[in-house]
Design a protein around this ligand. Structure first.
Ligand SMILES: [Cu+2]
Length: 510
């Protein structure tokens, strides 16, 4: 939705993620000394706000508005096959709360969530990025196969007040559901939590589901103080990843979706939360999973009653209206992910209401049995092993906590792995820490081959393209992938506070 900053409005604005390691740089350098003093409390957190302002109550934002469509980024190009536009990141003040209290956010083109970019596979994309933030920033094209020097790496920061052109041509067969967000060194979590994230859809020239009405559902939580300001991080945010008390849908709080009268919709769902996992449940309705991060599955997976999405993960599902109709709440159930410290127990949260009253599912045809061809990548030529760990120590009488990859904190100057271009690799992601970590790698999509817990191996349930894989505590997940462009690629935990605190590495493709 477009922000209207000149007038007070009751509509629920503000969107996009949450997180705010205002302590970002210190964490990236691994100096969390002082952070862990008093595990559940706020004392001794050098660099963080020690004034624990009261959080806003859930009644401060109005509910029940009609679910908004995403604002589309306008293509200014006259040339066929070229998408050209400008994205300007800047502070903007928005009226989110129903009493008119303003909230200062950072947004792309003053829009929350950031505008939707829609292109066809094979298109050339040219985005001029204007950085009007008080910090360096970049735009990372999450999940898309773009050249390394166009992918918003932390090494290619655009200074405050600066600008640059991102230009890339998308290959064929990359249709899918993607997004974009900042990736500057030490500031990613803060910038995303302040509102910077947008959506990106690559459409297929031949889409077997094109006749089904499409719905876009973007989840992003925001943490607000009672004075309307975006809250500082507390200890739980730093350890477990930041979760805002308001879980927004298309930047609205508990809106109402009026389901298509013909009784069937195709939903593209984005988990744009910084740390909050989603376990979606729509009582009475059944989901048919048809796509993951990197586009359609080979075959539909029917009969799913809940959808688990790690942070940054996307799915496409077909939803058929229940025979009895009515108004049903879409909820997210608690997810056990090994959170640490003292925190309030997670509860089921209502995300939005789905109004099936006018939906009449009649004569719905069966979905195609084959949606797309996904081949196995072939024989493995090289192996990589990534170990996620956490370390806690006492230094100078203060606790300190680190999030590590292969025992090390992220260093922009260190290349962790070298991979050969176009060579099939098996990546083994090992989680030796106490909490779940969602693995993400730039530049390519992978296939989940299997996972292993206590020596018991479970094969991946279906062939799919993904750029996110949750790795539970004590689990090993094996992924097959190929990098088809040279250059430096990041891989990291997508709980943004963990990434900021060092849980990131880099692979150089040669
Ligand atoms: Cu993590």
């Amino acid at each position: 939705m477009q922000l209207q900053t000149t007038k007070t409005t009751r509509r629920a604005f503000v969107g996009a993620l949450s997180v705010l390691p205002w302590v970002g740089t210190a964490l990236a350098q691994g100096s969390m000394t002082g952070m862990m003093n008093n595990m559940g409390g706020m004392a001794g957190m050098g660099g963080m706000s020690s004034a624990a302002a009261a959080l806003a109550g859930l009644d401060r934002i109005g509910t029940g508005a009609s679910l908004a469509s995403l604002v589309k980024l306008t293509n200014t190009s006259q040339e066929a096959g070229v998408f050209r536009a400008t994205l300007r990141a800047a502070p903007v003040s928005v009226g989110l709360m129903k009493d008119g209290t303003k909230t200062d956010v950072w947004a792309y083109n003053a829009t929350l969530p950031g505008p939707l970019i829609e292109v066809m596979e094979g298109d050339t994309v040219e985005i001029e990025f204007i950085n009007d933030l008080p910090q360096p920033s970049t735009i990372h094209w999450h999940g898309l196969p773009v050249p390394s020097d166009q992918d918003g790496n932390p090494h290619d920061a655009v200074v405050a007040g600066g600008r640059r052109l991102y230009r890339f041509t998308l290959p064929l067969d990359c249709a899918g559901t993607y997004w974009y967000h900042p990736h500057p060194h030490g500031f990613t979590a803060e910038q995303v939590s302040r509102g910077l994230a947008g959506l990106f859809i690559v459409r297929a020239k031949n889409d077997p589901l094109a006749s089904i009405p499409e719905r876009h559902v973007v989840f992003s939580d925001i943490k607000l103080n009672s004075d309307g300001r975006i809250a500082d991080n507390d200890m739980n945010d730093v350890m477990n990843g930041r979760e805002g008390q308001f879980v927004l849908v298309n930047a609205q709080f508990q809106p109402v979706m009026s389901f298509d009268a013909r009784g069937r919709e195709r939903w593209r769902i984005w988990n744009a939360n910084s740390a909050r996992y989603l376990r979606l449940n729509l009582p009475g309705a059944v989901f048919t999973l048809v796509g993951t991060d990197g586009g359609l599955l080979q075959s539909p997976v029917t009969g799913m009653t809940e959808l688990l999405l790690a942070p940054a993960e996307r799915v496409e599902v077909i939803v058929d209206a229940p025979a009895n109709g009515g108004i049903v709440s879409l909820v997210t159930e608690p997810v056990e992910r090994g959170k640490m410290g003292a925190f309030a127990p997670d509860q089921a949260i209502t995300l939005m209401k789905v109004d099936f009253t006018n939906a009449r599912p009649k004569g719905l045809v069966a979905l195609p049995a084959r949606l797309r061809r996904i081949d196995d990548l072939g024989p493995v030529k090289a192996q990589k092993r990534v170990v996620f760990s956490e370390s806690m120590s006492m230094a100078g009488g203060m606790h300190s906590m680190k999030f590590l990859v292969n025992g090390k904190s992220f260093d922009m100057k260190r290349v962790d792995f070298v991979s050969n271009i176009n060579e099939v690799e098996m990546w083994e992601i090992v989680n030796k820490s106490d909490m779940d970590h969602p693995f993400h790698i730039h530049g390519t999509q992978f296939q989940v081959i299997e996972s292993e817990v206590d020596g018991k191996v479970t094969k991946g349930p279906y062939r799919a393209w993904r750029d996110m894989a949750n790795v539970k505590s004590g689990e090993i997940v094996r992924l097959k992938m190929v990098q088809s462009q040279k250059g430096l690629r990041m891989f990291h935990c997508h709980i943004l506070e963990h990434e900021n605190a060092g849980m990131m590495g880099q692979v150089k493709v040669v």
